[in-house]
Structure formats: C-alpha cells, structure tokens
Design a protein around this ligand. Structure first.
Ligand SMILES: NC(=O)c1ccc[n+]([C@@H]2O[C@H](COP(=O)([O-])OP(=O)(O)OC[C@H]3O[C@@H](n4cnc5c(N)ncnc54)[C@H](O)[C@@H]3O)[C@@H](O)[C@H]2O)c1
Length: 278
C-alpha cells in the first residue's frame, strides 16, 4: 500500500478524474476526504472509498469561494487531524449551449477548410464572444481555487513539519493552447506556473508540488462535445483514443507516493501523445 497512513483532501472529487483519484488513493490505503461543490456526489464517492479504506469522508467545498475553502479545511482538521496530500482537481468547461455552438461550429468549419487545402476564412469568435462573467468564473474555479486550497494546505503542512504533497490539475491546454477555449487555456497555464512557484517556496517545508497535465480523458466534463469532435481528438492522438480515468489516477498515486520523493515543480502529462513538448 503506497499511501497507507496518509490523509488526503481532494477537490472536485465527486466526478470524473477527482472521483477516480479518490478511489485510487483509498485503494492504496490513504484516508480520503472527498470534497466537491456538489455534496451528494462527494458523499457517493466517499461511500465507495469507505468500503476499502479507513477514514473516508466527504465535505462540501466551493473552491472559487475562499470562505468555503477555509471552512472545509477547518472541518477537515476536525475529522482527519493531519493533512498529507492535497489534490487541486476541481474544474469546469463552458456548458452554455450558445457558446458551445460557437466553439463547435468554428472548429468544424476550420477543419473542413484546412482539409480542403485552405485558406482558413472562418473566425473562431471564442475570445470576442467571451463575457467578463464567463472569464471570471473560469479563472475563479481553476486558478483562484488552486491558490485558496494551496494556501490553506501549506499553512497546515508547514506547521505540522512533516512535509506533504500537492498535486495540481493542469491540462495540455495550459501549454499547447488548443483552439476554442482561451480562458480555460489561461487558467491552466496559470496553474502550471503557480505549481512551479509553489514548489520552489514549499521545498523548505519538505512539501513537493507537481501538476498533472492530461490530454483528453473520457469524463462527464467532455459531455458537451459531439461525436465528431471526439473522433477528431482520437484521430489527432497518436495512441488513437481518449484517455481513461485510471490512466490519470495512476499518475496521481505516483506523485503522492514515496516513489516521487525527488520530484517537485514538474508536470506529468498522460496525453496519448497528442502533445509532446512542455
Ligand atoms: N476530462 C479531461 O479531458 C480533462 C483533461 C485535462 C484536465 N482536466 C481537468 O481535470 C479536472 C477534473 O475534470 P473532470 O474531467 O474529472 O471533470 P468532471 O466534470 O467529471 O468533474 C469535475 C468536478 O469538479 C466539481 N466542481 C466544479 N466546480 C466546482 C467548484 N467551484 N468547487 C468545487 N468543485 C467543483 C464538479 O462538481 C465535478 O464533480 C478539471 O480541473 C479539468 O479541467 C480534464
């Protein structure tokens, strides 16, 4: 058991990658606090974890609200005592049908124009149609959320004096900046830069900080994508398919485990080869 005796706080643990990370941590012996803005989904995942490990529990935590984050960490202290691992995973993409339609039509039209030999005459319009509120929400949940939780975790890990691990969920979009999601790319790029800055500062506490930077993984997050977009992504991915949640949770277990004891400030990117540079 790679994580026996460790207490973990996972954000966005009620679905997709976060849920699978909670299950994988539990299977490796960690006590897992499943947190999510949706308490019911967190409770379901915590019940699954409780079947295989001691001390699984759930909390409601809206990572975009620093008061909610502070309250969740205070509850965590009561329930779990020591904090060993934080996973900043919670995230969103836009689901507003009008905006999704703009993304899909722009991408499909540009692909058709490229396949016909160009030129590309369709404009994407995903920046020009983005409102202040949409941009704020994307940054608040991903980048501010990562900051709020990291601040709470680092205070505890510093005072405990026993080191710790922080794993931030980046994305290939943070470095490859694929078309159609400019605010998501900005948020993930910010998370990856924040990861390196935190790793440098937290090293003296013995806290190792890394990011995961997945390619396209089959989770409910991708529900707004149509079948054509999924096929296009699979075609562009050298391994020929979308990733599975277990392929990301395995990487999270590695980064949380003693095997990663000399790894900090890094990005681990399970992405099927769709993006091959940092
Ligand atoms: N699925 C992919 O292809 C992919 C690729 C790269 C990175 N990611 C990142 O992985 C993370 C998890 O994504 P997923 O695919 O599992 O998505 P998902 O939609 O399955 O799960 C996201 C979870 O985050 C929760 N959440 C949303 N807003 C929240 C908030 N304000 N506070 C707390 N929780 C909140 C949701 O309730 C949900 O349970 C995200 O950060 C996402 O950007 C996903």
């Amino acid at each position: 058991m790679k994580l026996e005796g460790n207490n973990a706080f996972v954000t966005g643990g009620g679905s997709g990658l976060g849920a699978e990370i909670c299950r994988a941590f539990a299977a490796e012996g960690a006590s897992v606090c499943v947190t999510d803005i949706d308490r019911d989904s967190a409770a379901r995942v915590a019940a699954e974890c409780a079947a295989v490990t001691a001390g699984a529990d759930c909390l409601r935590c809206d990572v975009s609200d620093s008061a909610s984050v502070a309250a969740a960490f205070a509850d965590f202290d009561e329930k779990f005592g020591r904090l060993d691992i934080l996973v900043n995973n919670a995230g969103i993409i836009h689901t507003d049908p009008d905006y999704v339609a703009i993304q899909q039509k722009g991408m499909e039209a540009q692909v058709m124009e490229a396949m016909a030999g160009g030129p590309i005459s369709t404009h994407m319009e995903t920046i020009t149609r983005l409102s202040d509120e949409m941009f704020d929400r994307m940054l608040k949940i991903h980048l501010y959320g990562t900051f709020y939780c990291t601040r709470e975790a680092l205070r505890r890990m510093r005072d405990q004096g026993q080191g710790g691990r922080i794993i931030n969920m980046g994305s290939i979009m943070g470095s490859a900046s694929l078309a159609g999601a400019p605010d998501y790319c900005a948020a993930k790029g910010g998370i990856m830069a924040f990861t390196r800055a935190t790793a440098r500062e937290a090293a003296s506490y013995g806290v190792l900080v890394n990011s995961l930077s997945p390619g396209f993984i089959d989770t409910p997050l991708l529900d707004p994508m149509n079948e054509q977009q999924r096929k296009l992504i699979a075609m562009q991915t050298p391994l020929g398919r979308l990733g599975r949640v277990e392929e990301i949770s395995a990487a999270a277990v590695f980064l949380a485990s003693p095997e990663a004891s000399f790894v900090t400030g890094q990005t681990l990117s399970p992405n099927g080869g769709i993006h091959m540079s940092q």
